[in-house]
Design a protein around this ligand. Structure first.
Ligand SMILES: [Zn+2]
Length: 416
């Protein structure tokens, strides 16, 4: 009898959890005051912002679990905020669609045969890294730069074709925020084109490239597990047992713990207990510093979404001495991207133009590693699918990203 009752309770609990739906709501603040109130609500209600409150008339997107719909809706109206619109109606069905399509991926044993039209699990991306390193071994090195908190190896692919003169170096990383699947998926295709399409041969002939396809690998594994698709943080325990993980892109040892990051473990932008507390950040930082101060010409840390090209500083409303160079280069990349499929990318100094972030990769690369052209890319889209960009967009995304890289390469080579 007791057993049967326990079973019944378990079934009810299970149904309760799985029946909950999720939506993405959008609120567009019209005053500075509304931005402040949205931030406060975010903290009180532990809201997962997809686009954080930043500027007047810039949309704010956030995830709403169906069980908290009423509470959040009520809180918005008593705070005197503008009415919300439901921007993504059914998050779970989009997640299901992405995973279902990835199951259709063909098995591949070569870089050419790899199926770039779907998202891939961590093992498949590790296999792709191996294929690249083996097929292009004459100029490619697969280097382990450290391990994650859970012990998974973090790899860099180093592409350095022989040359009689030294070449500039461009560094690219992705998936520090593990739910931003489009970043790694489209970059794998960008590098495939650089390796295999003769039209882009100059990319590897004129520049040495360093590519870290997955940083927050533990988190990425979690995003493929039931209910984990929207995980953003690392997976290391924090002071709050209810809220493990740190926002690794607020954890860098540059202006760490200033405004633009949260000291609270349950906030989506928690900066961690100390600067570089996360092994993923620590390992990547020491690898980059190994190149020596000022020896990398450009650093692109790739995120999604909202179509932005941001550059330092993020921690405060201050411009770097290289602002004009950073700005003209960002403009050329944005123009090249727009020319492909008409997608507009807004560019500018992060804190002054878009939003404040402290302890982020781009400020660190600029200040600590001495990389002048230091950028945070935010890829597609502007909110229709957010982090759940359909796999059909991997190809067009990679096409525009590749042209952005070509524009950057030309500038870097000309100024080397
Ligand atoms: Zn991100």
């Amino acid at each position: 009898m007791f057993k049967i009752r326990l079973l019944a309770i378990t079934v009810i609990l299970f149904e309760f959890q799985s029946s909950g739906s999720q939506q993405v709501w959008r609120v567009v603040p019209t005053t500075q005051n509304e931005i402040i109130r949205l931030r406060e609500l975010g903290s009180t209600l532990k809201i997962d912002f997809w686009i954080k409150p930043s500027q007047v008339n810039r949309p704010v997107d956030f995830l709403v679990e169906s069980e908290y719909e009423k509470e959040i809706s009520h809180s918005l109206s008593v705070s005197g905020l503008p009415p919300h619109s439901v921007y993504i109606k059914d998050v779970k069905s989009l997640v299901g669609q992405q995973v279902a399509e990835s199951k259709l991926a063909k098995a591949a044993f070569t870089v050419a045969d790899f199926d770039y039209s779907v998202y891939h699990r961590v093992e498949e991306i590790y296999a792709w890294i191996d294929m690249v390193a083996e097929e292009y071994e004459s100029f490619t090195t697969k280097r382990q730069i450290g391990t994650t908190y859970e012990g998974r190896p973090i790899y860099a692919l180093e592409f350095a074709k022989e040359s009689s003169n030294p070449k500039p170096k461009i560094f690219v990383d992705s998936l520090i925020h593990c739910r931003e699947w489009i970043t790694t998926a489209s970059l794998m295709l960008v590098f495939k084109q650089m390796l295999q399409n003769d039209d882009y041969a100059s990319m590897l002939d004129e520049v040495d490239w360093y590519f870290v396809p997955m940083i927050n690998i533990d988190g990425y594994v979690k995003t493929w597990q039931e209910g984990g698709r929207l995980w953003r943080q690392t997976t290391r325990p924090t002071a709050s047992s209810a809220c493990p993980g740190v926002d690794a892109n607020r954890n860098w040892d540059a202006y760490w713990s200033l405004p633009g990051a949260s000291p609270y473990p349950c906030d989506y932008d928690y900066h961690g207990p100390t600067a570089a507390s996360e092994s993923e950040v620590r390992n990547l930082a020491s690898y980059v510093l190994g190149f020596g101060y000022g020896n990398i010409s450009a650093y692109l840390t790739v995120h999604s979404y909202t179509q932005l090209i941001l550059y330092p500083y993020g921690y405060d409303d201050v411009l770097t001495p290289d602002n004009a160079y950073l700005d003209s280069t960002a403009k050329k990349m944005a123009d090249a991207i727009e020319a492909v499929h008409g997608k507009k990318y807004v560019y500018g100094p992060s804190a002054t133009g878009i939003y404040v972030t402290s302890g982020a990769t781009d400020d660190w690369a600029y200040d600590v590693a001495g990389v002048t052209l230091s950028y945070t890319y935010e890829l597609r889209d502007t909110g229709e699918y957010g982090f759940l960009l359909p796999p059909e967009q991997i190809l067009p995304q990679s096409e525009e990203l590749l042209e952005g890289f070509v524009a950057l390469k030309d500038i870097v080579v000309a100024n080397f």
